[in-house]
Design a protein around this ligand. Structure first.
Ligand code: NIG
Ligand code: FE
Length: 471
């Protein structure tokens, strides 16, 4: 008598040719009683990255960021593999296991290398024209950033150069910067407007960010930063500019976002700083934005502590960014909140300052800490997330594992995307990096060269050896 029993593994109930067959002879089988205990059906995936010396899956904690002192769980799998189908991670595990379960259209052997999620850069000012190299020289000679800004330079000098640019010119200026960021591993990048400071120019910058997102392999997340500086025409009348922001610009951004077909409104951000917007003005802008449905961000404590971090917590902002001069009570407020604390170590480094984000105090308070480049022409023209990790290990005293999680999962949470990017847990985007290092701790340890060998976005190779692939 022949009895055939089938059980189908790894099936989503679509019919497949059952091959190869894994036949296990059971204890009760005899020569004339044969039971096929299982027929293992190999699932077909688009990409299998295998044999990684280390795979860092970066597991979410309770579905969210790795908070406080729990930051730094890399989710290591030795000799690891990742299977990706339809742009998403299907499975992670040991290479042998995945090789027996998945047949892939494309395989990449990551032997001797480390695989991590794509970096998420949650704070950049990529849309700019003009040049500020002369300002860098002035700062080296002793002028401060705030002095240069008060004299009409700084952000306003970039505004003058950026205001008149067309959308096409803005996209053309941004594209090579974004190419370099992607080649250094940033697969999701937030980009702020903020060098227009008048309605039409701000809207052109928003349009340029959306246009570049749609024509580049990296994902861009737009932020409206009309409150980046008080424009020259409003000198001494900052409140009148706040009126313009609240009554004209914010509604215009809502309208434009609809016209551009955005799924959700951009973030609204404010530079809360002496010489920019004070606490009351920041509150007015952010409350008006919140009422219109904008998710919120805020630049706080870059130079002066004005209480912006507590405001961020009170208003339920997605993130509070910079956090250098943050006082203990504001650190405690952040630690008890869901507002992600975004540190930008390239900014003090770029300015030649010695004071950095009090990361340990934030972690001890329980905060969700993230890292970003702050890439901008004034304080920090850096397009490399690996360099951010190197700075964070030295000046924030993060371990390489902490820096890695802060630049992936926690950075995704700073964009409200912590359920879809920044981790290689099944269901997350198939955005990963094959890094040419034997141990993940080399990220942080080494600096000055690009360690990222291959960038995969949505299951497709989009950059290799520092070069972005042609679409
Ligand atoms: O995050 N602080 C405000 N914005 C940028 C600097 C922009 C500029 O100087 O052009 C920053 O550091
Ligand atoms: Fe910034």
């Amino acid at each position: 008598m022949l009895i055939l029993a089938f059980s189908v593994y790894n099936s989503d109930l679509r019919w497949r040719v059952p091959e190869p067959v894994v036949r296990r002879r059971l204890d009760y089988e005899t020569d004339d009683y044969v039971c096929w205990s299982s027929v293992r059906v190999m699932e077909t995936v688009d990409l299998l990255v295998h044999s990684a010396a280390q795979l860092c899956t970066i597991p979410p904690q309770a579905g969210g960021p790795q908070r406080g002192m729990a930051l730094g769980e890399p989710g290591l799998i030795a000799d690891g593999a990742v299977a990706i189908a339809a742009g998403r991670v299907v499975a992670v595990g040991a290479s042998r296991e995945l090789a027996s379960e998945y047949r892939a259209s494309r395989e990449i052997d990551a032997r001797g290398k480390v695989v991590i999620p794509g970096f998420v850069d949650p704070h950049t000012h990529l849309v700019w024209m003009g040049d500020r190299a002369a300002e860098f020289e002035q700062r080296i000679a002793g002028a401060t950033y705030i002095e240069i800004m008060a004299a009409g330079g700084g952000i306003m000098s970039t505004v003058r150069a950026t205001r008149e640019a067309t959308v096409a010119e803005l996209v053309a200026a941004m594209r090579p910067r974004l190419d370099r960021m992607l080649a250094h591993g940033a697969t999701t990048v937030e980009v702020k407007t903020g060098y227009g400071l008048e309605t039409e120019a701000e809207l052109r910058q928003l349009e340029a960010i959306v246009a570049l997102d749609r024509s580049h392999p990296a994902t861009l997340v737009p932020t409206f930063l009309g409150a980046h500086a008080v424009p020259v025409g409003y000198k001494g009348r900052a409140d009148a500019y706040v009126d313009l922001l609240v009554h004209e610009m914010l509604p215009a951004v809502v309208e434009k976002s609809r016209a551009l077909g955005l799924e959700r409104l951009p973030f609204c951000d404010v530079f809360c700083e002496s010489g920019a917007f004070d606490l009351a003005q920041s509150r007015r802008i952010l409350e008006a934005a919140r009422a219109l449905g904008f998710p919120l961000k805020i630049h706080v404590d870059e130079f002066t502590a004005l209480g912006g971090a507590r405001l961020a917590v009170e208003l339920g902002a997605t993130s509070a960014d910079h956090l250098v001069t943050t006082p203990p009570e504001d650190i405690a407020a952040l630690g008890a909140s869901d507002t992600v604390a975004v540190s930008l170590p390239c900014t003090p480094f770029g300015l030649g300052h010695c004071e950095y984000t009090p990361a340990r105090a934030l972690l001890e308070a329980g905060a969700a800490l993230a890292l970003a480049t702050d890439c901008n022409p004034g304080t920090a023209w850096n397009e490399s997330m690996p360099f951010v990790l190197a700075l964070a290990c030295r000046y924030l005293r993060l371990t390489p594992a902490q820096a890695l999680v802060a630049a992936t999962l926690n950075a995704a949470c700073a964009l409200g995307l912590g359920d879809r990017v920044g981790s290689l847990a099944p269901g997350y985007a198939g955005d990963l990096l094959i890094v040419d290092v034997p141990d993940y701790r080399h990220l942080g340890y080494r600096f000055g060269a690009n360690p990222v060998a291959i960038v995969v976005k949505g299951g497709k190779v989009v950059a290799a050896n520092g070069q972005v692939m042609d679409a």
